[in-house]
Design a protein around this ligand. Structure first.
Ligand SMILES: NC(=O)c1ccc[n+]([C@@H]2O[C@H](COP(=O)([O-])OP(=O)(O)OC[C@H]3O[C@@H](n4cnc5c(N)ncnc54)[C@H](OP(=O)(O)O)[C@@H]3O)[C@@H](O)[C@H]2O)c1
Length: 322
């Protein structure tokens, strides 16, 4: 395992409040979270040599390697582990259920046990898609999940494994959008890449969800751990809309032709993994326990656009190992 040097000066780090270890640091959430959290805390990212020149330290390790969990926790000795690594691609999970189980179910349990043993607090990332979408209304944390596919089933098992090994953990069920390392990871980048090139793209009219801007999610997760919360939370945006409407909102924000977003049903998309039609989640518990309003899509989309005008996508790309 290789611990690479941080570029931030040591004096600055002494003023930081806590040491956070972020897995999946090359991922959509992990990278944005690490960049946001380092403004206040010491951040160490877990990476498989995808990243370079990041303004936070990196531990290079494959978390599925034998002994990796213990060695990474011992090397970093964080106050908090924020576990963002996963097999988060639904189609990839259907294609390789065994890898999905190892990454999304077994690994979180192993990390949770390792954290318990060492007194490290844990934030574990889960998904809105643990629900089958048949409820006529908004899902709360007390609703019973019924995962429709391999991804969601393994993520739900991951929740159970984490809570049985580490009952004080925070489990955050999320859905988010933003700029990623390779510019292709998020739904927002799918719409942006097509619309900016003048290409037509599909928007599902029959999937409702509550996307949160990844920068807002990063801030929210940091506040949750600063407040010492524990237990299950829905940490999504406060506004529900269809994926088609999300594409249209993005087109309007960027001044692209919204007619390029074609309204289709997910059932005619050719995707293999079954997807829930209703992923509307209540953020009441989160809002109450954090004592703040949870951001909605309008401000999130504006921030996503502002990052674009400020060259944030290029900055993300500059961290990519060639
Ligand atoms: N994106 C969404 O809207 C969404 C929605 C609901 C829930 N979530 C959950 O949110 C979390 C973050 O998702 P994301 O979209 O940021 O995921 P992502 O962009 O696909 O990133 C996954 C990360 O996991 C890392 N990883 C995979 N296998 C690994 C291994 N064996 N060892 C070490 N690292 C490994 C990847 O590293 P490499 O780059 O080396 O592959 C990557 O950094 C996940 O728990 C996901 O299930 C995401």
């Amino acid at each position: 395992m290789l611990l690479s040097a941080a570029s931030s000066p040591p004096r600055q780090r002494l003023e930081h409040l806590m040491k956070l270890l972020v897995t999946g640091a090359s991922g959509l959430l992990g990278l944005n979270l690490a960049l946001e959290a380092r403004n206040k805390h010491t951040v160490i990212g877990v990476d498989r040599q995808r990243l370079v020149d990041t303004p936070f330290e990196l531990v290079n390790v494959d978390l599925l390697d034998p002994g990796a969990v213990d060695s990474v926790l011992d090397a970093a000795r964080p106050d908090w582990l924020i576990h963002c690594a996963a097999l988060a691609d639904l189609e990839a999970c259907e294609a390789d259920p065994s890898l999905a189980r190892r990454l999304n179910a077994d690994l979180p349990g192993d990390l949770a046990a390792g954290c318990s043993k060492r007194g490290i607090r844990l934030v574990h990332l889960s998904t809105d898609s643990v629900f089958d979408g048949t409820k006529d209304g908004v899902y709360t944390e007390s609703d019973l999940p019924n995962p429709p596919g391999v991804y969601s089933a393994t993520k739900l098992q991951g929740e159970h494994n984490v809570l049985s090994a580490n009952p004080d953990a925070i489990i955050a069920r999320v859905n988010f959008f933003g700029w990623s390392l390779n510019g292709k990871r998020s739904l927002s980048e799918y719409f942006f890449n097509n619309l900016s090139a003048g290409r037509q793209c599909n928007g599902f009219t029959d999937i409702w969800f509550c996307p949160m801007f990844v920068g807002d999610l990063a801030e929210t997760l940091v506040r949750m751990l600063e407040k010492n919360l524990s237990g299950l939370y829905h940490a999504v945006g406060s506004e529900a809309l269809t994926k088609y409407d999300f594409g249209v909102r993005l087109a309007r924000q960027f001044g692209y032709d919204e007619r390029l977003v074609l309204p289709i049903s997910v059932e005619e998309s050719g995707l293999k993994a079954r997807r829930s039609h209703n992923l509307r989640l209540s953020v009441h518990k989160l809002s109450t326990n954090l004592g703040q309003v949870i951001p909605g899509l309008s401000t999130g989309m504006q921030k996503f656009y502002t990052q674009y005008t400020q060259g944030y996508p290029q900055k993300m790309r500059s961290y990519q190992q060639i």
